[in-house]
Design a protein around this ligand. Structure first.
Ligand SMILES: *Cc1c(COP(=O)(O)O)cnc(C)c1O
Length: 386
């Protein structure tokens, strides 16, 4: 929801830009940490969802840890003041350079995704005379029931170590003197709205937990990943996720023993509702089959609709809700047919210069912006916009 005052300020601003509501972000973070604190859970923020510096500052100030998927994310987390004891590093393709950077930074844990990677981290740690703490990312073969392009926990996905390889993991751990085994890690997908998925995950984690114990390996960290979804259809209805309900699923279904910690890695659920992409209508093309609204923002600013067929709520901020509606295909200016935010969108009859908001754009939005077509880098503005 935008106040008339904010819309007036938008009107004076060059478009396109991301508008961040840092107050909403702060309230979301607080709701999450309060709910997690009830059970002593540890929450890491997945930087890849949004590493805008002001977002990182706000997340860091709220006391969360950092979940990183590249060496540069590890460095960014530390630069922004995240406690290195709360920095974890996941990813299927960590380069030697990235591993070395994370070893130098003394991060809390590497979430390792293959036996070969365990051996490489062990060798690089040995060369530095260090011990690397590792958690084993296991592919639990649990279907996240989300879009197939953001499903990560099935055997056909590239992520994690499959369960039939775990004997090899235990054997390799025994040989790798510069690795310290911390525990297990899972992340089955993103934008998960069917919470049964998390219950199924708990059941698998409990089984694997027992398996490791039977091998004589003590699990200190149970990292169950992230993936909690948000409501893209009704961005103003409950802009803050039901974190209490989410954590309670783990409280009720995950077996946690004395001395064990439960870790989460949330990205989208923390940041998605706190930003909108604000753009202007450049041209209106009325056709016989289709009417097009051509915006000054496209896949170079927000690629989710084109990459994942993602739905974003689209609003005309200039026209009132009572104006007669027209059905438009809302498209961008980029020279690609897929550069389309959505087809058949009912909007008030729109004109050149109208402000259009693409909502729920705080996660996987600005961070995926590109310079394709030699476009200007998308700008960001915050609550203090003037
Ligand atoms: C992307 C990612 C996350 C965060 O996912 P969200 O759906 O944004 O919560 C957590 N853990 C890992 C390993 C990831 O790659």
């Amino acid at each position: 929801m935008f106040s008339p005052d904010i819309i007036t300020k938008f009107q004076q601003h060059e478009t396109p830009f991301y508008y961040y509501d840092l107050d909403l972000l702060q309230r979301t973070l607080k709701a999450c940490t309060n709910a997690a604190d009830n059970y002593g859970y540890h929450v890491h923020y997945a930087l890849k969802a949004n590493f805008n510096p002001k977002v990182l500052q706000t997340v860091q100030a709220a006391g969360l840890g950092a979940d990183c998927v590249s060496g540069n994310e590890v460095l960014a987390a530390i630069e922004h003041g995240f406690d290195r004891n709360k920095v974890v590093f996941a990813g299927v393709g960590k380069s030697d350079k990235e591993i070395n950077a994370a070893l130098d930074a003394d991060i809390f844990c590497f979430n390792v995704e293959s036996v070969q990677e365990m051996e490489v981290i062990n060798d690089l740690a040995a060369a530095k005379g260090k011990t690397a703490r590792v958690a084993i990312r296991i592919n639990p073969n649990v279907d996240a029931h989300t879009h197939h392009n953001i499903t990560t926990g099935l055997e056909e996905n590239k992520f994690g170590i499959n369960t039939w390889q775990l004997d090899d993991v235990v054997f390799t751990l025994g040989n790798c003197k510069n690795l310290e085994f911390l525990g297990v890690h899972f992340h089955v997908g993103s934008q998960i709205t069917n919470l049964d998925v998390f219950e199924k995950l708990c059941v698998r984690v409990n089984e694997l937990h027992e398996w490791f114990e039977a091998k004589g390996l003590f699990i200190k960290v149970l990292n169950v990943g992230g993936g909690l979804g948000v409501d893209y259809y009704n961005p103003d209805k409950d802009p803050i996720c039901d974190f209490a309900g989410y954590f309670k699923i783990f409280k009720d279904h995950l077996v946690v023993k004395e001395g064990q910690e439960v870790h989460f890695e949330l990205g989208r659920a923390l940041v998605a509702q706190s930003a909108s992409l604000i753009s202007r209508v450049l041209y209106v093309k009325n056709g016989q089959k289709k009417n097009f609204l051509i915006l000054d923002a496209g896949m170079t600013e927000l690629i989710r609709p084109m990459l994942y067929e993602a739905y974003h709520h689209i609003q005309n901020l200039t026209k009132g809700d009572n104006d007669a509606t027209v059905i438009y295909d809302v498209v961008g200016p980029i020279c690609e047919s897929t550069d389309r935010f959505r087809t058949d969108v009912a909007l008030p009859r729109s004109h050149r210069g109208d402000l259009i908001a693409v909502r729920t754009a705080g996660a996987y939005g600005e961070v995926m912006a590109s310079g394709y077509n030699l476009r200007d880098r998308v700008q960001s503005v915050y609550n203090d916009i003037d």
